[in-house]
Design a binder for this molecule. Structure first.
Ligand code: MG
Length: 445
């Protein structure tokens, strides 16, 4: 298992609630009640020091927990995967990278019952009223029919929009055509949803209904037909799950055209389709900047289409608009790396302990992987030299106890040298290397 912790290296497994977990050799385990607690290298050393000197383990230690299922987030030790580079502020498998937020998933809908939205969803229509909606083109209440948990277009009551405005999102919306089939082509069960009020994802009774391809249900209207027509018969609820990204412009130049992905009843209909502007009727659409946010608009096209279970989840910023995940510009990467390094150095300050300097030293060394800050280089130079001297001065029968710790500091320095995060010929690296050799700790035992 190359991707398990310690894969390809010396690894050991532990049982956590029936699941075998593999740990990197830099990670120590402790048992606290029913929980297995993992300590990163710096934290484990701090703990060892605390035990030795009978000091309390401070909250500054990085403590990672398995929860009762044994499947909780597990971070990685430092000096593990490839380091940050000029376009990625974090290293590969970087333990300092923030954990994803936890979302409780919702439930799927049945024909009779709408599903439950995920825990972080913004609900736009929950089946009870139209308080989140208003007329689109002028001030005034939305006068569509609300009955049995569903809102229904009242022909000529007007197109409606959300009061709230938003942009990039995951959008969920369910709709149903009248069972009583009337009209054909674009005249059969026409409605639609306009993302940010700008571009229409078509709503139409496309079940056994021929029309122009870029006007079918789930078309990006006037721009791109759906990949497939996966509609259920009229009368049954259809489910749209949409991922929308607005166009991003900088100084009048497009840096991201904006995209839409649409699933219809779980079947992919738009696959990251570039927006090419707003789309539209009969006219060739051209790319244009969008506002920062806009409403969700539902069309009154004169047909009594029903809607239910409408919610969205805002999406994080893309790298092109200031987000920190993905491939960043060199400038944005360096700014983020400096911020990460500053946070780690702040954390290192809390580990200050002259009687047990290794945890702070390791944490400071870690910060150099992000930012080769000269003041930190000077500090770790002094600290590493003092640390090696301290180990050398220990009585012969106590030196052996330092083996793992010294080797950790050495491997951190080796990692940083490889990552070009140390100045060439970094002195203390030679000192620690000679200590390891003198003690024969470089030999495999
Ligand atoms: Mg329409």
């Amino acid at each position: 298992m190359r991707d398990a912790w310690g894969g390809g290296r010396q690894s050991r497994g532990i049982e956590v609630n029936g699941h075998r977990r593999f740990l990197h050799p830099h990670v120590k385990t402790m048992h606290r009640g029913k929980r297995v607690v993992l300590l990163t290298a710096a934290a484990a050393l701090a703990h060892a020091g605390a035990m030795k000197f009978n000091l309390a383990l401070t909250a500054a230690c990085t403590v990672l927990l398995f929860n009762q299922t044994g499947l909780a987030a597990v971070s990685a030790p430092p000096f593990y995967g490839d380091p940050p580079d000029e376009h990625h502020p974090w290293g590969v498998h970087d333990g300092n990278r923030p954990q994803p937020k936890v979302v409780t998933p919702g439930t799927f809908s049945s024909e009779a019952q709408p599903g439950k939205p995920p825990s972080d969803a913004v609900v736009l229509f929950n089946g009870t009223d139209l308080s989140n909606w208003r007329l689109d083109k002028k001030e005034g209440p939305a006068k569509w029919l609300v009955r049995d948990g569903v809102m229904q277009v009242v022909p000529k009551a007007g197109t409606i929009r959300t009061r709230e405005e938003f942009a990039d999102c995951q959008l969920h919306i369910e709709w149903a055509e009248p069972k009583d089939i009337q009209g054909s082509s674009q005249g059969r069960g026409n409605s639609g949803l306009f993302l940010m009020g700008m571009c229409e994802i078509q709503v139409l009774d496309s079940y056994n209904n021929v029309t122009y391809a870029d006007g079918h249900a789930a078309a990006l209207y006037g721009v791109n037909p759906p990949i497939a027509n996966a509609l259920r018969p009229p009368g049954e609820f259809q489910v749209y799950d949409i991922v929308f990204r607005r166009p991003v412009y900088k100084q009048g130049q497009v840096v991201d055209p904006g995209y839409v992905t649409v699933f219809v009843n779980g079947v992919l209909a738009q696959d990251h389709t570039p927006l090419e502007g707003t789309g539209g009727h009969k006219k060739r659409s051209k790319p244009v900047p969008f506002p920062d946010k806009g409403p969700l608009v539902l069309q009154d096209h004169g047909n009594p289409v029903r809607f239910r279970n409408i919610w969205y989840r805002p999406l994080p910023l893309r790298a092109s608009e200031g987000g920190t995940d993905g491939c960043l510009t060199a400038e944005a990467t360096m700014a983020k790396r400096k911020q990460i390094a500053a946070n780690i150095r702040q954390d290192a300050d809390r580990l200050t302990d002259p009687a047990n300097p290794a945890p702070q030293l390791l944490r400071l060394l870690e910060s150099l992987a992000y930012d080769r800050d000269e003041a930190t280089v000077e500090k770790v130079t002094r600290m590493t030299s003092a640390y090696v001297q301290g180990v050398k001065q220990l009585p012969a029968d106590q030196v052996g106890a330092k083996k793992d710790e010294v080797k950790q500091v050495k491997s951190a320095l080796d990692y940083l040298e490889k990552a070009k995060a140390l100045p060439p010929g970094f002195g203390p690296q030679a000192e620690i290397e000679s200590l390891v050799k003198a003690q024969h700790w470089d030999k495999k035992s």
